[in-house]
Write a protein that binds this ligand. Structure first.
Ligand code: GLA
Length: 733
């Protein structure tokens, strides 16, 4: 009895001692700054770290030192820079852990910070620590001054001697204060990716999330725009925060507006089925969350992200990638060497610069003649291509074309030698059905042996011919009924380690093959994110090549991702996905707003169509530097189905290209449609020349006009019929 009482007294005393040990700090400001924005953190006397401002650049952020603190013991604490479950905090946590003794409480306090310079950015690391356990958290902010972009990630370190379970482990938490919050995010499905949706957020929790494991971005992209103090998304006015998570796996972005009306945005890996065991002494690093703040509308927010992406966020960003002919929609699985040589002849004849051999080139015992067999068996199909890939690549190079090839290395068909040889490599839950998607299973990239195998597929494919210039990396299903035989009882690690495994492979690929162009495809746009783009030059924006549907998909993609990554192909009509028929020029004009390609059998084009193709490809080469490197201005949204228009302007504002499209019929009697151009130098004279036509649809074609005239409403081409379109090149005189 005596002993028990003593133990109790000791425990209470210990608690009191710990409670007294709350840190004491000097009140101070940490200001993370870009040219036009500031993120201001306030360290309170008790070591609590609060986010007090993200918005316009503040010259005197230290004025926040005078701000009085109200620790609300009724509603709980708000505004923590990285709120953890525990203490006075009762909202959605950035961090929630379960300690070995079952305890759920963490209270993070500031212990110090450092500032250093990195390539293009100032990096600030703020150290936090739980005041009872040995759990430490570093918040890392990389501020790209010129681009007005701030990256945040978190490093969580278990300094204790027992495993800690990470239940929530956000990359970032961002408290903001406004009267209205208009959220725009991008949902979708196969062949209909990046559908923009806007809603005013109330006092509730709004979550956008993916639990698909791979192909994670097809249903929801890990990105958003938040327009502040407005009910409408504006291209040109008002405060907008844009964010994108650099992670290709399950993600979760939540918006919680609490009773103080403030909004906390949490972004990071989805905690779904992923209570991550952080071993003693281990550190977990979260993916980067990329933010920008703009006060001139969504247009400016996008341009900030694009500039950052071209310089730092996309592999080979801003480099001009070649125009190409892809074999998929023109040949599908049915080809021989002869078919492909014919396509190469035509591609070269039209002035295209690369030929890409898509699906169907591999498998012998289980030949890839449709999507039911062959994935996993990456040897050249001898029946279709007896001369081998080397022969094809040489032929392409001889024609002055680059050569690319398709792989889908993360997947396996049950009908394959690989599935028979390594059934344990397949993602599966013991004793349960292994569900198929597109007749295939997923390989377990959490397993290092599978990572080696997947790296080997890339490596061996590169060795099929000297100088393979381009790899299209595909990934055509989601993960269901997940499970890894490699991870044994630690299945909670699966989703995180699958994506980390993918990045391990990509890192190795980039070390060995820095120059190969890699397209990231996942049934179209199922893997469009800045995590994959660190290793990939471009994305296959969507399997939907119908130019009308592409207007919305490309428009929405452009909010977050730069045009240099957006592969856009001209395909045949009736369109293979939608059966819609649109004019060839309309299809070209749509594809020319991204990285132009063609995906059809050129032999099916008439002489007249071929001539138009030659012409459009030729003119694209004259202005594509603007598409790849210029600043984007969206002039008209395709959302309401009437007109779509956009333009790219060179950094020095001496050149621009304007794309205009009529998606519906508008009464011709009303004359031209006025588009107010943007981003030009008001005082410069620009010569305007419409591309790819003999007779222009604008009265001013061939003449020069002042930038202010073109921006002020003087530009009104007549887009009289449905699916008419026009592209104009502007050159300062
Ligand atoms: C996916 C891709 C297509 C094509 C096919 C091949 O659907 O998105 O572009 O490569 O696979 O099977």
């Amino acid at each position: 009895m005596m002993k028990r009482t003593l133990t109790l007294i000791t425990a209470v005393l210990l608690t009191l001692v710990q409670a007294k040990a709350l840190p004491v700090q000097q009140r101070q400001i940490i200001s993370i700054e870009t040219e036009n924005s500031s993120l201001v953190l306030l360290v309170h006397e008790n070591g609590r770290l609060e986010t007090v401002h993200y918005g316009a650049h503040l010259d005197s952020p230290e004025q926040y030192l005078q701000r009085s603190v109200k620790t609300d013991d009724y509603n709980g604490q708000r505004g923590d820079t990285y709120p953890a479950t525990g203490g006075r905090f009762v909202g959605e946590p950035a961090l929630h852990v379960r300690y070995a003794d079952g305890n759920h409480n963490t209270e993070l306090y500031y212990t110090g910070h450092q500032v250093s310079q990195k390539e293009g950015c100032t990096s600030t690391t703020v150290h936090l620590k739980d005041y009872v356990t040995a759990l430490e958290v570093d918040l890392v902010y990389d501020a790209y001054r010129k681009e007005d972009v701030i990256l945040q990630h978190t490093e969580i370190r278990n300094g204790g001697n027992q495993t800690v379970e990470l239940l929530n482990y956000a990359s970032s938490s961002l408290y903001i204060d406004a009267d209205e919050y208009l959220l725009t995010h991008f949902h979708g499905t196969w062949a209909s990716e990046m559908q923009p949706e806007s809603e005013l957020l109330g006092h509730d929790l709004k979550v956008i999330e993916s639990r698909r494991g791979v192909q994670a971005t097809q249903g929801n992209n890990p990105s958003f725009l938040l327009s502040l103090n407005t009910k409408e998304l504006s291209e040109t006015d008002g405060e907008v925060i844009a964010g994108a998570l650099a992670w290709s796996g399950n993600f979760r972005i939540s918006f919680e507006r609490d009773d103080s009306h403030r909004m906390n945005i949490l972004s990071g890996i989805s905690p779904f089925a992923s209570a991550y065991p952080l071993k003693a002494g281990a550190t977990f690093q979260t993916p980067e969350m990329i933010f920008t703040w703009a006060d001139e509308g969504a247009g400016e927010a996008s341009r900030n992200l694009h500039r950052w992406a071209r310089r730092y966020g996309v592999y080979g960003g801003g480099q001009i990638n070649p125009t190409l002919l892809n074999s998929w929609e023109g040949a599908y699985f049915n080809f021989t060497t002869k078919t492909l040589l014919g396509m190469m002849d035509d591609a070269a004849g039209m002035g295209l610069e690369m030929f890409v051999l898509d699906d169907g080139w591999f498998g012998n015992k289980y030949p890839r003649n449709d999507d039911k067999a062959g994935l996993g068996d990456w040897e050249v199909n001898k029946k279709k291509l007896p001369e081998g890939i080397d022969y094809l690549a040489k032929y392409a190079h001889g024609k002055g074309l680059k050569f690319g090839i398709w792989i889908e290395p993360e997947m396996v068909n049950p009908a394959s030698s690989l599935a028979k040889k390594h059934p344990e490599w397949v993602v599966q839950s013991p004793g349960r059905e292994i569900y198929q998607g597109r007749n295939q299973w997923v390989l377990d990239l959490a397993n290092p042996a599978v990572q080696d195998f997947v790296f080997g597929i890339f490596d061996n494919t590169m060795k099929l011919a000297p100088n393979i210039d381009y790899i299209k990396w595909d990934c055509n299903r989601v993960i269901q009924s997940f499970g890894s035989s490699y991870l044994g009882s630690e299945q909670d690690r699966f989703f995180v380690e699958y994506t980390q495994g993918l990045y391990n492979v990509m890192r190795r690929i980039r070390e060995k093959y820095p120059n190969v162009i890699v397209q990231c495809c996942s049934s179209g746009g199922g893997r469009i994110d800045y995590g994959a783009l660190r290793y990939c030059n471009e994305v296959w924006t969507s399997d939907n090549t119908d130019a009308v549907c592409r207007a919305l998909i490309q428009y929405a993609t452009s909010f977050i991702y730069p045009a240099c990554v957006m592969a856009a192909h001209v395909s045949a009509v009736p369109n293979h996905q939608t059966r819609a028929v649109t004019p060839l020029k309309f299809r070209f004009d749509m594809a020319c707003a991204g990285r132009l390609g063609m995906e059809l059998q050129p032999k099916d084009l008439s002489a007249e169509e071929r001539a138009l193709a030659d012409r459009c490809i030729g003119s694209y080469k004259k202005y594509r530097d603007l598409v790849f490197q210029g600043d984007l201005y969206r002039l008209a949204s395709p959302s309401d189905g009437s007109y779509y228009a956009l333009m790219y302007v060179s950094e020095d504002r001496s050149r621009a290209v304007v794309f205009t499209y009529a998606l519906a019929y508008e009464a011709r009697t009303v004359g031209g449609k006025t588009f107010r151009l943007q981003g030009l130098d008001p005082s410069k004279d620009y010569k305007v020349s419409e591309q790819n036509v003999d007779r222009s649809c604008w009265w001013g074609d061939g003449q020069s006009f002042k930038g202010d005239f073109l921006m002020g409403g003087g530009f009104n081409p007549v887009l009289g019929s449905r699916y008419s379109s026009a592209v104009f090149l502007l050159e300062a005189q």
